[in-house]
Design a protein around this ligand. Structure first.
Ligand code: S5P
Length: 279
């Protein structure tokens, strides 16, 4: 069998053991999109307006729920309604990074109760395997999936070399719950030892740092194009924020729609080209 990234999302969906990952792959195939929009705005009105406009073009909406200034429970209710209306999954980019007991509380409790509405969330590998134990105690019974950050897009990131390898090893030992990585390239077989059976492993790679019109920002973000990310580096989902909604102080809904269509098209054609390389 060819490497996972040369198979179609549909083929991969059929074999995936985790329900959230399976649903994401099925949605990508059904809607013909590997675009995730990162909705990093601070007003609930803008947050929901952007999601309603980009909804038809995405497989996944990525949130930073704690940056919404006028947050109340209706934000979650509306977000869930939009997820049904437009057929997308929800990924809370929480970047957990604490001991197992603390992350279990942060995931399930507090103001946001992330585990009750986010199909996917993510975590840093810094604390070691106990972070997966803590999060899975909450997320696994709910059918959720976890993404580990094995590489970051920012300039000077420390997520390189043996750190990346160890993060992948942590994921490999918990494939029931860890469904993929935030990374800049495929992680297939990274850090594997001879005893590891990596033939069946299929981690989704979600890549942030994607932009068509800019190479970066003033705070260390670095952008590559959907083609570089999907075709050349084998990533599965492109995460795009400001490339789609711009600066967001003056929301231009028509332009947001246009950009979402444009990124969907770029990401999907790079994917079609990639799977056409399958032997
Ligand atoms: O390495 C990373 C990991 C993440 S999750 N680099 C990132 O940029 N992100 C997130 O992706 C970041 O927190 C932001 O929400 C999004 C990128 O936004 P953009 O506006 O730069 O496209």
């Amino acid at each position: 069998m060819s490497s996972p990234h040369l198979q179609t999302y549909e083929q991969r969906a059929k074999k995936h053991g985790n329900p959230a990952a399976r649903k994401l792959l099925e949605t990508m195939e059904r809607k013909k999109t590997n675009l995730s929009v990162s909705v990093d705005v601070t007003k609930k009105k803008d947050f929901l307006a952007i999601i309603d406009v980009v909804g038809p073009f995405v497989c996944l909406i990525k949130t930073h729920i704690d940056i919404i200034e006028d947050f109340d429970q209706t934000v979650i209710e509306h977000l869930q309604e939009l997820s049904v209306k437009h057929d997308f999954l929800i990924f809370e980019d929480r970047k957990f990074a604490d001991i197992g007991n603390t992350v279990a509380l942060q995931y399930s409790s507090g103001v946001y109760k992330i585990s009750s509405w986010a199909h996917l969330t993510n975590a840093h590998a810094v604390p070691g395997p106990s972070i997966i134990t803590g999060l899975s105690s909450i997320g696994l019974p709910l059918g959720r999936g976890l993404i580990l950050l094995s590489e970051m897009s920012s300039k000077g990131a420390l997520t390189t070399g043996s750190y990346t390898e160890d993060a992948v090893r942590m994921a490999r030992s918990r494939r029931d719950f860890v469904v993929g990585f935030i990374a800049q390239k495929r992680m297939d077989g990274i850090g594997a030892i001879e005893a590891d059976d990596v033939t069946e492993e299929d981690f989704l790679v979600l890549a942030p740092g994607v932009g068509l019109d800019s190479k970066g920002d003033a705070m260390g973000q670095q952008y590559r194009t959907p083609r570089e990310v999907v075709l050349e580096s084998g990533c599965d989902v492109i995460i795009v924020g400001r490339g789609i909604y711009g600066k967001s102080d003056q929301l231009d809904v028509e332009n947001v729609r246009k950009q979402a269509e444009r990124y969907r098209q770029e990401g999907w054609s790079a994917y079609l080209e990639r799977v056409s390389l399958s032997p």
